[in-house]
Design a protein around this ligand. Structure first.
Ligand SMILES: [Zn+2]
Length: 257
């Protein structure tokens, strides 16, 4: 990941600099989540618009779903491309957004959950995903990739980025998780004293690989939102009720303009 000051950009974004905007905001950009209050003196709406201003993409629509820890994605067509932009009243429920349309910024939010963005340059599809433990368990990654598959995406040329999220160092879970994520137990779990820890971020990474995304096309962020010192992220585990949502965003520019 490349630190751009206000956001982290996947290494592969530079390859498509003229066609896409994408990244993961840092906590200094303020709250982006529809269901959380902004604590930095600006409204959530202002913070989201700031992403477009910063990227010089003010003519873009901005789509932000109401996240419910589901495995559902929304295909974003122009007529719904501003749903959730100005508040949650008209936001559509879902935990991932996909579009084949240019000039639509897709935005999902996270604090300790795992944010993922996807870009298929061959057939021009972008997606952003919020994969918490429930969505990860319910295969939201697989659901979104099925859409790419249906559209004839060449998975050899599919690019993914797994943003900052909570990792094995900090994510203490109950023994019931051993039941939910049985298959890859040895890699994903660690016992320290009498406590059990789970690597949600790596679990999402493995799901991408299992779905056929090439390792060399995945930018896997090593930062843990809970204990990383610089850059600083907002974390539900660390900040409890004061946490704010960061944004995972991606959108395509007009190719010939
Ligand atoms: Zn940590």
């Amino acid at each position: 990941m490349v630190n751009k000051g206000s956001y982290l950009q996947p290494f592969w974004a530079d390859l498509f600099n003229h066609y896409i905007f994408c990244g993961f905001t840092l906590s200094s950009m303020g709250n982006m989540a529809l269901t959380r209050e902004s604590l930095n003196g600006h409204t959530t709406n202002y913070n989201k618009e700031k992403i477009l201003t910063m990227l010089e993409a003010k003519d873009f629509s901005l789509f932000s779903p109401l996240q419910t820890h589901s495995n559902e994605f929304i295909e974003v067509l122009p007529d719904i491309s501003n749903c959730g932009r100005y508040g949650k009243d008209d936001a559509l429920e879902g935990d991932a957004a996909i579009t084949e349309n240019e000039k639509i910024m897709l935005l999902t939010t996270w604090a300790d959950c795992i944010p993922v963005i996807l870009y298929s340059p061959g057939n021009n599809i972008v997606a952003t995903i919020h994969s918490g433990w429930k969505g990860t368990y319910k295969q939201i990654i697989n659901n979104v990739l099925s859409f790419f598959h249906k559209k004839g995406t060449n998975f050899e040329q599919l690019y993914a980025a797994v943003g900052p999220g909570i990792k094995k160092c900090c994510y203490e879970v109950g023994d019931d998780f051993l039941h939910y994520f049985t298959e890859s137990q040895n890699i994903l779990f660690e016992r320290r004293k009498d406590k059990l820890f789970f690597d949600l971020s790596y679990c999402v990474y493995l799901q991408l690989i299992e779905c056929g995304v090439k390792e060399s096309n995945i930018d896997y962020c090593s930062y843990c939102t809970c204990c990383n010192e610089e850059p600083i992220f907002s974390s539900y585990r660390r900040e409890k009720n004061l946490f704010q949502g960061q944004a995972a965003f991606i959108g395509m520019k007009k190719k010939y303009e």
